[in-house]
Design a protein around this ligand. Structure first.
Ligand SMILES: [Zn+2]
Ligand SMILES: [Zn+2]
Length: 307
């Protein structure tokens, strides 16, 4: 399979001179198995250019089929969908998978097509669209690909995905806070209040972490939310994002082969991203870790398994 990064940024698109090399688009990763339809993970603004490329092939003739796995429906993971060209061509089939709470998934996606936000309603899209609501721990097949998921520690809700196909596995783990300091979910938390966690919450976080490690076990590639530096995390533990240190810990426990730092903070310049990568490459070299470390940038392509 081929894994290609189309959007690597968290929170909001940040085009500009200081982000040119890593890219300013929000989260979107393409997983293309050798013989199966593309599996797209998240529909941040990066999906726009992917859609343009897909339209040059079968999708342009209205004969394309794709699945979109949504980690969660925060803006930076869905905002590109109205600009995904294959949706505007009759005959294409797009299946959307996501975990959602309270509101039906189709209603959540329709909301961003409300006339106040966007001129074309979701119901006017020409392509066939289907919505599939997931629960944590769901597993299902997309052709020959096996997809599994696990819950993450993030405001509202978010899930991680594992895709097994072509004798390789890729795991996408964004967005999540570490599983140590606080439990995030339905309730809005205005300010961090770190302290001793009640035992049931502690146990739930431990279970969540164990499930993420199990999901990533022996994966060829782990893509992980590393929006924060350790310094930044101290004042924002309630935002639901991790540090490279957290990603490295999960990579070690799960014995993955490659780890990719992902969901870069909007204010992070290319030079700062370079410095973070260099620092943590030093950390894993000193610890004698066996996995390779990369930092995601738009256009990064990684081949895994059978090619
Ligand atoms: Zn995000
Ligand atoms: Zn989020």
């Amino acid at each position: 399979m081929k894994v290609r990064f189309w959007g690597v940024r968290g929170s909001i698109p940040v085009p500009g001179r200081s982000t040119n090399r890593y890219g300013g688009n929000t989260s979107c990763v393409e997983v293309s198995p050798k013989t199966e339809a593309p599996i797209i993970i998240d529909a941040g603004t990066g999906i726009r250019r992917l859609g343009k490329q897909l339209m040059e092939g079968r999708f342009g003739e209205g004969k394309g089929k794709a699945s979109i796995l949504i980690s969660h429906t925060h803006w930076d993971h869905v905002q590109g969908l109205p600009f995904f060209s294959p949706l505007y061509r009759d005959g294409n089939q797009i299946s959307i998978f996501a975990r959602q709470r309270d509101t039906h998934l189709e209603a959540v996606f329709s909301a961003q097509h409300h006339a106040a936000y966007f001129p074309v309603p979701l119901s006017a899209m020409e392509a066939g669209m289907s919505f599939h609501e997931l629960i944590e721990g769901s597993t299902f097949n997309l052709g020959k690909a096996r997809v599994s998921c696990a819950r993450l520690n993030h405001p509202w809700t978010a899930i991680a995905y594992r895709v097994d196909v072509d004798k390789a596995a890729v795991v996408y783990c964004s967005d999540t806070a570490p599983f140590t300091d606080m439990m995030l979910g339905r309730a809005f938390i205005a300010a961090p209040h770190l302290g001793t966690l009640p035992p049931p919450i502690r146990a739930e976080l431990d279970d969540m972490r164990a499930a993420v490690v199990a999901l990533a076990r022996n994966a060829d590639l782990l893509i992980y939310d590393t929006q924060f530096t350790p310094e930044e995390y101290k004042s924002r533990p309630h935002w639901g994002h991790s540090r490279p240190d957290d990603a490295i810990e999960i990579a070690r426990l799960a014995r993955v082969k490659q780890l990719v730092l992902f969901h870069h903070a909007p204010m992070r310049s290319d030079d700062e991203n370079d410095a973070i990568l260099a620092k943590y490459r030093g950390v894993i070299r000193d610890a004698n870790d066996k996995f390779e470390l990369h930092s995601a940038y738009e256009g990064l392509e990684i081949q895994l398994g059978d090619q």
